[in-house]
Ligand binder design. Structure first.
Ligand code: GLY
Length: 574
């Protein structure tokens, strides 16, 4: 089955030549060097783990469509990439069908029925440190399993059990650890032990994990078997649900059997806009991603950034000033549209945006005297994961899924085999107090029973003349939106090939804290000096986002670009 899969971008050039000769001869497997155009036409998957990307391709090779592959990849990521792939979390998908229709699937977690607005405040009204981040109280009602069931009900071709089986096999037979995964499990060992009474299988007692070790997860295999047999009810009702709710309750959390039974993923209309003649379809609220992306693109459009260059001082200054205003709107106005009135139309109104951006000066940053200091987000808290899939029939899907922080709440109820999210931290615990991403919120994103917490996830499909052209998205908390933005600008304005557009260094601003985050090497010394002279504060970060993207050529050729420099992401196509 692996013989016809193309793997792109994992090997360095000298090794690629050798690997191509040896592996090509032995396994009839073709490897493409990074940046080289791939030629697959039948199907393409770009995902956060090589095993998951392979499984997606295998499903399409077996006659499944892109949506079948998405279901299989979501479950495979729960096994192979447990820091972000999940059964115990949630996510969003934006899709385009072979009939030309678009849709958005919201499988975001919800606040438990017993949650309340001030649940993370002490008696003095101060936010209790890490209460919305670690352990059972941080857990929202998981949405991923219901989301996948709904996706399959509406668009799937292959039987549900066929889509679950590869993940079950991976959990039972074991997944080989990459160096990154091994390092991460060792790094989180203490947290796993502190936050669980029974150590999760990711804790090893004899020695630290090493690359190449095999991780077997029999309890997770059993949970997946329950879902294979009973569909969504295998997760939200019966033995697994009872065990889950009882374990969360014992650990001091609020998610109950009733919350699990009541959970429903929701089909929504994508938010739509245009940019330089391309049509953009992205995730509506309760994600802020689509609205913010469309605001950003509309605000950039009048400027000749193609002439300026992608990392020129003028471009970085402009993006910073636009992002400052868009993220301030995010904090004030966005939340769950089923519970608060989100003024999407007004936020995307061209006149509003023109007036909103009118005071941007090319010569100075906006006066920040009235902006309070924010907390810089810790680097380990950025692990969501994104996968993009396209098939030869014209179906395409962008899925971003998450536990929120790496391994979420780090709580694994004994006997279940999977980590639970800490998505409750994406609510605004108290107006003006930053969450782990340094984002502040308002009443629109206050906690309420059954409400969905605001997100930044931005699964997006860009169309050219009515046909999917780009399928993309990213992890990275608050930096998701600007990562997706920059890849779109790199392709449309700066004419970069797909892999170069993904690899290019990124910068980010989010209103608060009032700092430009820049990947090391993103800004030349001259640009950095000029930006500082304009009043900007610059903070360097090793890595921003991990964009996994597909480009579809007019003749149907599929190119995949995995963000291999920033994670274990991989393209696979056939
Ligand atoms: N948990 C990250 C997000 O949804 O934006």
């Amino acid at each position: 089955m692996r013989g016809r899969i193309f793997h792109i971008g994992q090997l360095r050039p000298p090794l690629i030549i050798l690997a191509t000769l040896l592996l090509g001869a032995c396994l009839q497997q073709t490897y493409h060097p990074p940046h080289a155009p791939a030629a697959p036409r039948h199907g393409m998957v770009v995902a956060g783990h090589p095993a998951a990307a392979d499984i997606g391709v295998q499903i399409m090779q077996a006659g499944g469509n892109a949506f079948d592959a998405a279901v299989a990849v979501q479950f495979a990521l729960a096994v192979a990439y447990p820091g972000a792939g999940n059964l115990g979390g949630g996510g969003f998908a934006v899709l385009h069908t072979d009939t030309g229709a678009t849709a958005a699937l919201d499988f975001r977690e919800t606040a438990p029925a017993k949650s309340h607005r001030d649940m993370y405040l002490d008696s003095a009204g101060a936010v209790i440190p890490r209460a919305s981040l670690d352990g059972a109280l941080a857990v929202g009602v998981p949405g991923s399993v219901d989301g996948m069931a709904r996706l399959h009900d509406r668009y799937g071709k292959l039987p549900w059990s066929r889509l679950l089986q590869p993940a079950i096999d991976l959990a039972r037979n074991g997944v080989e650890l990459t160096a990154r995964e091994a390092h991460k499990y060792n790094r989180y060992r203490e947290a796993f032990l502190t936050l669980n009474t029974t150590p999760p299988p990711l804790v090893r007692f004899d020695r630290p994990w090493q690359a190449g070790d095999t991780l077997k997860q029999p309890e997770l295999a059993r949970a997946l078997e329950s879902i294979r047999k009973l569909g969504r009810n295998g997760f939200y009702r019966g033995e697994l649900a009872d065990r889950l709710a009882a374990g969360i309750r014992r650990a001091g959390g609020l998610v109950s059997e009733q919350d699990l039974q009541n959970y429903r993923a929701v089909w929504r209309q994508p938010v739509n806009g245009s940019y330089r003649g391309y049509q953009i379809h992205s995730m509506p609220p309760p994600s802020s991603g689509g609205v913010a992306l469309l605001q950003l693109l509309q605000a950039v459009e009048p400027y000749p950034i193609a002439d300026w260059g992608s990392h020129d001082t003028r471009t970085i200054h402009l993006l910073t000033e636009i992002e400052r205003r868009v993220y301030a709107d995010r904090a004030a106005y966005l939340g769950d549209p089923d519970q608060v009135d989100v003024p999407v139309k007004k936020l995307l109104d061209p006149d509003y945006l023109k007036q909103r951006m009118a005071d941007i000066s090319p010569d100075a940053k906006t006066d920040s005297d009235d902006i309070g200091p924010g907390q810089l987000p810790p680097a380990e808290s950025l692990e969501t994961t994104h996968f993009s899939i396209a098939d030869s029939a014209g179906n395409a899907i962008a899925v971003t899924t998450t536990l929120n922080s790496t391994f979420g709440s780090k709580l694994m109820v004994p006997g279940t085999g999977f980590f639970l999210n800490n998505e409750m931290d994406d609510f605004s615990s108290k107006p003006g107090v930053p969450n782990q991403f340094g984002l502040v919120g308002s009443e629109a994103n206050a906690i309420a029973p059954g409400k969905r917490m605001l997100s930044s996830m931005t699964p997006t499909i860009v169309e050219k003349e009515g046909k999917p052209f780009l399928v993309l998205g990213s992890p990275g908390g608050s930096t998701i939106i600007t990562s997706v933005l920059q890849v779109i600008l790199n392709i449309i304005d700066h004419r970069m090939p797909l892999q170069e557009a993904v690899n290019a260094k990124r910068v980010h601003h989010q209103w608060l804290p009032d700092r430009i985050l820049a990947e090391s090497g993103a800004l030349s010394p001259e640009t950095e000096l000029t930006l500082k002279a304009l009043g900007h504060v610059i903070v360097t970060r090793k890595s921003i986002g991990q964009v996994n993207a597909i480009e579809i050529a007019p003749d149907g050729t599929l190119s995949g670009a995995a963000d291999v420099q920033r994670g274990d992401n991989q393209s696979a196509g056939f």
